[in-house]
Ligand binder design. Structure first.
Ligand SMILES: [Zn+2]
Length: 301
């Protein structure tokens, strides 16, 4: 049986960081492939709160995917002080899962929060600390720290304080933007909507309506997967997208003579339709938002 503790959880976080860096969010099947000291350890089961056999504290919590036209539920339960809230399983605070979730407060052991970005696909957040119990509301308060600084390779975990190792708290904005990024990329099957480019490193989740404006929510219908070139061109109004998904390039650009990037990257996409849009209706770019943004492209707003 795997022995729980700081070492195990650190190894798990390092594994998750490497997995996400290499291949993006994790499908359920990949969440079954973590091994520690030769033993396989599942990271989810059918419950939202998961503590493997023999564990005194929960190891992971899970939020399942919400359809792309809805705001993820965790946004609703963000406390004034930046904490997140996570519901107990059911209504009995003494269920084993709920007890094991609360046990994290005393031990201070970090857990992993698996957030659904598509059906059966999860983006892990870690380390997450359970900091308060609210039995009257059937929930606990969570503090989500940065994962960007995990891991510091080549240093012994025991030599580092948790604060030093995990660095500064991630701001709420960055957290939500990352979930948005993964959801949008997933909806477009990892391809630029205009040119089909598939290199993750060169892809962005672009907002149709900027997040500073009303209607600019971080939801999939307000997003487009665009490569760096097309994202920058869209944001600079060098190209626009009509509500029926047609690409329009600025007149000046069409008249300009330059190298192959301008020719193939911009001039040749003029008049064509978006090459990739999500299959699912609710995930498709919202025509109303596109219309509003297209007015801006035309210089009318
Ligand atoms: Zn592109």
């Amino acid at each position: 049986m795997v022995e729980d503790g700081f070492e195990l959880r650190l190894a798990l976080m390092e594994w998750l960081a490497a997995q996400v860096a290499a291949r993006g969010p994790l499908e359920s099947a990949r969440l079954e492939t973590f091994t520690y000291r030769g033993e396989r350890l599942r990271l989810i089961d059918q419950h939202g709160i998961w503590a493997p056999k023999g564990f005194h504290c929960a190891l992971t919590i899970r939020t399942t995917f919400t359809p792309p036209n809805q705001i993820p539920p965790y946004v609703d339960r963000e406390g004034e002080d930046g904490l997140d809230f996570y519901k107990y399983e059911g209504t009995d605070p003494n269920l084993a899962t709920n007890r094991k979730l609360r046990a994290c407060i005393e031990t201070g052991l970090p857990l992993i929060w698996l957030r659904g970005v598509a059906m059966g696909v999860y983006l892990p957040d870690f380390p997450v600390y359970v900091v308060e119990d609210h039995p009257a509301n059937l929930e606990v308060a969570l503090e989500v720290r940065s994962w960007q600084s995990v891991p510091i390779l080549g240093e012994e975990p025991s030599e580092l304080s948790p604060e030093r190792r995990w660095g500064v708290a991630l701001t709420r904005t960055r957290l939500h933007q990352r979930v948005f990024h993964e959801r949008v990329l997933h909806a477009y099957q990892g391809s630029c909507s205009i040119c089909r480019l598939r290199h993750r490193e060169l892809l962005d989740a672009a907002h149709i309506i900027p997040d500073s404006q009303s209607g600019g929510e971080a939801i999939v219908p307000n997003g487009l997967t665009l490569c760096k070139l097309h994202h920058a061109a869209y944001d600079a109004n060098l190209l626009g997208i009509t509500p029926d998904y047609r690409i329009k390039v600025r007149e000046e650009i069409l008249r300009e003579e330059d190298g192959p990037m301008l020719l193939h990257g911009l001039k040749e996409v003029h008049g064509s339709k978006l090459a990739v849009v999500p299959r699912e209706r609710k995930a498709k770019p919202d025509p109303e938002r596109l219309a509003q943004r297209f007015q801006h492209f035309l210089g009318l707003t």
